[in-house]
Write a protein of this length. Structure first.
Lengths: 292, 693
């Protein structure tokens, strides 16, 4: 049997209580949300926290709400909730695309967006999604609340800006007019982690040219979004040659490692191919938006 | 010999154990009530070869709840340490990474695992070899190969025939190491009462298990009782007791009579419970321009563990499948510092069919003829190996029936021509076969109870395949009563002796004994028995085995889609047609065929145990990295069989169905992938990157 090392468990009553518990139990305490990353690591003894602070009861972290041009998603929002939300599908189809290929229904019913981002697994899909949507993370700690952009949030594999005594309370997504997005993933088996994946977000000018754009890649050793994509596409009309050019840039920008899921060349090839696909799809969706 | 007239057999009976399983009431090995149990957790070696120089158990021993810490220095001695896989904690030698070097027994599983982590082991490390290579320096020829077959065979002059053949296919195919990975982990619960040992084991053979254990512990087989009413799969890895069974029974010697429970973790299963050896297979087929094979050679290099030999009979299939005047098969082993390979679903036929059946596809193309027609042209009249007639060989009927159902005529002979929405699509075929084995040493007992039931007893095991149901049906038919009147008892050495649930031999072997017992019962007690009337019967050796070659056959068809841009590959459709003698229960039989095909898709697309040779470490040792298909990966899957009764297969007329479903499945997928893309992949698994060359 896969038994974790001994640990103690406590249920937080609200966010302040969770922060107090983190403070009290110190560096060997960990929040548990959906538990679908943390518990497997504990069972494999890759993680050995002494205290688990359960935040699953914190309804205040489980919400989705639009406020003007910002869409706020609570950290405890489950994958399934995101997948099934028509509003999310309309505003950010990239989220729906990604959620369809994250794990399986059992994992999605429990796993949360906050846990996904704070886990910061290099093959994790929602980090790329948040990068390309230019989301901001709201972090709460003893000193109050701070809002950090994604490039500041990510600190590398399994590392984020969230301090030991802090928690992520929500993510904020800017809503842009005439914009859309898409995500595509290649996996070896249904529900598996990505061999490689790509996400793109674009907004179009009134004349149909690309105003803003970003592309992110998953599982191929790229931090943040692909540099130079915005400049390349800005002011140009979406077309296949342009997407191909963007694909080449993305393939050159990433630094995949060879593993059982594929070799370096193959992963670079996917970065290229998937970048074209998501740009094609995001632009098509954005222009539909424009018409509709 | 009288062949039973079908009555209760052939019925689409629901699993008689289904309800208990769904309700969670069917006890698996770990779940049997045990009084005041202890729990075992092992320490595994972190080197691949060498010696233990020191073990510090002090920190573990002083932990709360720890009952004992066993090492090679203090463990009870086994009476027989010749089998180095089973001789656990008997010496300081380490033969592979992951081997047991110590074990903690404690009051709780948590304490056992925690204490095991505190055992410190020091080693003198010696250089090791853990990777299989075709040019391995010390390849050797084993005395015989699995199933007692000859290591090498030769007929005619293959080299001369190859030199003069008009068309030659000369290719090397490889299959990786694969792990059985049943859902229920290998589990043993052992308890000594004086000099009697009680074992709840997740095993495919209760009687064989105790026969293996008895000499190790210097007791008579009657002093050991092994119980296994329900088993959650094994695929061969539970056919022979592995080291954990011995370790648990050994540990139970030091607990003052308390039971010891041990279930391997999934990760431990990758080192300690057997696996399929990787194979390197060179196939040479020489034929006339119209595809008539004159020469067929199949030369295999594979691995064994240096501590215990296992020689997979990979080329066995090439001895009987197609006619050829000149033929050769060879098996050479690399003896490596790796875990001990063992049986995995269709040992021999499964990996061997990948080489042979892809080579046949290549030959069909080289000759420009249809792959099914190629097999028709090379259908032997008699078993080319032994010269005996086949008791029943319906390969061509399977191929034709499959072709009709699958829509084979829609296949484009030219590969790489169908492209729809970015997906290249193709279809492929492969032949399948598996020997019909029947083990003679089986006895069944039938007793009529006071409340009017027939109690049918045999020490058979249902490893999830449906034996509970099939044997109930066989007994009902032989007794000419309804299945509801039969109370079957299996999975216990207190019951009459039975052979392994393996080699696709279980149903036929046990069924013959049950039929023998039923005939004896009617002879002794007539049609109106009284309470307590009891008879026994044996399954006699099948006399037809002397005069006939006994094999099942099948045809596997696959439709595969490969994405033109990403190489992503999926099996969109698969269909198998089998000829396996009488089908006892269509429902459970269908599950067996579909399960075999599903495992074949896993073999084709996913399964590969990755050895890091620097450390002798299997790195992808869990389900996050060792992929088997999930439900969502399996699309359309169909299994059919020919209605037949094999009159040479014993009184039941059935040949066994547990393994044939996987044989040829990976080749069918690879052949379909070639038809889709024009890219011939000869190394399993068929990963996406291989289609982007
Ligand atoms: C079989 C399987 C397949 C999977 N496949 C995929 C996949 O294909 N793609 C993918 O992206 N993911 C995949 N996942 C991961 C899944 O999405 C997880 O649910 C997710 O990564 C973590 O979310 P969680 O809520 O379960 O976090 P938990 O496991 O509870 O926590 C993860 C980490 O985040 C911390 N944490 C959690 N919430 C907060 C918070 N609010 N503030 C600060 N720290 C916090 C925890 O302390 C912990 O360190 C898979 C998981 C499994 C089990």
């Amino acid at each position: 049997m896969q038994i974790p090392a001994p640990f103690d468990y406590v249920r937080a009553s609200d966010v302040d209580n969770a922060l107090a518990l983190l403070e009290r139990h110190g560096p060997e305490s960990r929040l548990v949300a959906g538990g679908h990353s943390l518990l497997p690591m504990m069972k494999l003894r890759l993680a050995r926290p002494e205290w688990l602070i359960d935040i699953n009861g914190l309804a205040e972290l489980d919400f989705m709400v639009r406020e003007g041009n910002v869409f706020r998603i609570g950290a405890l929002t489950r994958h399934t909730t995101l997948l099934e939300s028509p509003e999310v599908a309309r505003l950010f189809p990239i989220v729906t695309d990604a959620e369809q290929v994250i794990a399986d229904p059992v994992v999605r019913n429990r796993g949360t967006i906050g846990g996904s981002l704070c886990q910061a697994d290099p093959a994790e899909d929602l980090s790329t999604v948040c990068d390309v949507l230019r989301a901001e993370a709201v972090i709460r700690g003893p000193a109050g609340e701070r809002v950090v952009a994604m490039d500041e949030f990510h600190r590398g594999p399994y590392e984020t800006a969230v301090g030991q005594n802090e928690l992520m309370s929500e993510l904020r997504f800017p809503i842009r007019p005439r914009s859309s997005s898409a995500y595509e993933k290649v996996e070896r088996r249904v529900g598996d982690w990505a061999v490689a994946a790509a996400g793109a977000a674009v907004s179009l000018a009134a004349d149909g040219t690309i105003e803003e754009s970003s592309v992110g890649l998953t599982a191929v050793g790229l931090d943040g979004t692909v540099a130079g994509i915005g400049d390349l596409l800005g002011g140009r009309r979406p077309d296949e040659d342009l997407f191909a050019e963007a694909g080449r840039i993305a393939a050159a920008a990433c630094e995949p490692v060879a593993d059982q899921r594929g070799g370096i060349d193959y992963k670079r090839h996917l970065a290229d191919e998937l970048t074209r696909r998501v740009l094609r799809r995001a632009c098509a969706r954005a222009s539909e938006e424009q018409e509709g | 010999m009288r062949v039973q007239q079908p009555a209760a057999t052939g019925l689409d009976l629901e699993r008689v154990d289904g309800r208990a399983k769904v309700l969670g009431l069917a006890p698996y090995a770990y779940e049997h009530p045990a009084e005041n149990p202890t729990y075992l957790y092992p320490v595994q070696s972190t080197i691949a070869r060498g010696r233990i120089t020191a073990i510090d158990t002090a920190a573990a021993e002083t932990m709360d709840g720890v009952v004992a810490v066993l090492t090679h220095l203090n463990a009870p001695r086994l009476a027989d340490a010749a089998d180095k896989e089973l001789a656990v904690l008997q010496s300081d030698e380490v033969g592979f990474r992951g081997q047991f070097v110590a074990a903690v027994v404690a009051d709780s599983p948590e304490a056992a695992r925690e204490a095991a982590a505190r055992v410190r082991v020091q080693y003198h490390q010696e250089p090791h070899h853990a990777a299989l290579r075709a040019d391995h320096e010390d390849l050797y020829k084993p005395e015989q190969i699995n199933a007692g077959l000859e290591t090498d065979t030769q007929a005619g002059d293959p080299d001369a025939a190859l030199a003069s053949a008009a068309v030659v296919v000369d290719r090397t195919y490889t299959t990786p190491a694969e792990h059985n990975n049943p859902m229920e982990p290998h589990t043993t619960v052992a308890q000594w009462e004086g000099d009697r040992l009680l074992v709840f084991d997740s095993t495919q053979a209760v009687h064989n298990a105790r026969k293996t254990l008895a000499p190790l512990f210097d007791v008579e087989v009657e002093q050991i009782r092994v119980v296994a009413p329900h088993v959650g799969g094994g695929f061969g890895s539970k056919g022979l007791p592995h080291a954990h069974v011995v370790l648990t029974a050994l540990a139970a010697k030091v607990t003052g009579g308390r039971p010891v429970k041990y279930a391997l973790t999934r990760q431990q299963m990758f080192f300690l419970a057997g696996y399929r050896t990787p194979t390197i297979q060179r196939l040479q087929l020489g034929a006339s321009p119209d595809g008539r094979i004159s020469v067929l050679t199949h030369d295999v290099v594979e691995q064994t563990s240096a501590i215990k030999e296992f020689a997979e009979q990979t080329a066995g299939i090439s001895r009987m499948m197609y006619s050829a005047d000149h033929r050769r098969t060879t098996h050479r082993l690399a003896s490596l510092d790796v875990p001990v390979p063992s049986w995995m679903r269709a040992p021999g036929e499964c990996p061997g069919s990948f080489g042979l059946e892809v080579a046949m596809d290549e030959l069909a193309e080289a000759c420009g003829i249809d792959p099914i027609e190629l097999r028709v042209r090379n259908e032997p009249a008699i078993d080319p190996e032994t010269g005996k007639p086949f008791a029943s060989r319906h390969l061509l009927a399977c191929l034709r029936e499959g072709a009709r159902r699958f829509g084979w005529e829609r296949r484009n002979a030219q590969p790489g021509t169908v492209l729809v929405d970015g997906w290249r699509t193709g279809i492929g075929v492969a032949a399948s076969t598996y020997p019909a084995r029947r083990q003679p040493a089986n006895t069944a007992r039938i007793r009529f109870t006071a409340d009017g039931f027939y109690e049918v007893q045999i020490g058979a095991v249902d490893l999830g395949t449906g034996a509970w149901t099939a044997l109930t049906q066989i007994a009902a038919e032989a007794l000419e009563c309804g299945p509801e009147q039969v109370r079957l008892q299996i999975g216990d050495t207190d019951l009459p002796v039975a052979t392994v649930a393996g080699g696709s031999s279980g149903t036929a072997s046990w069924g013959s004994a049950i039929i023998g017992a039923a005939q004896m019962f009617r002879k002794e007690h007539g049609g109106f028995p009284s309470a307590g009337d009891t008879s026994e019967g044996d399954g006699e050796r099948n006399p037809a085995g002397k005069n006939y070659a006994l094999h099942s056959f099948g045809a596997q068809f696959a439709e595969v889609q490969v994405h033109a841009d990403t190489g992503e590959i999926r099996v969109s459709r698969m269909l198998g047609v089998y000829s396996a003698g009488r089908i006892i229960n269509p429902r459970t039989a269908r599950s067996q065929f579909l399960g075999g095909m599903t495992m074949g898709i896993g073999m084709a697309l996913h399964e590969q145990s990755v050895m890091d040779e620097r450390f002798g470490m299997i790195v992808n040792h869990d389900f996050a990295d060792y992929h088997v298909p999930s439900n969502a990966d399996i699309r359309q899957l169909e299994a059919f069989w020919l209605e037949e009764v094999d009159e040479h297969a014993g009184p039941l007329g059935a040949r066994g169905i547990g393994e044939i479903g996987i044989v040829g499945a990976a080749a069918a997928v690879a052949n379909a992938a070639y038809n889709a893309t024009g890219i011939r992949v000869r190394d399993l698994p068929l990963t996406a990157d291989k289609f982007l060359t």
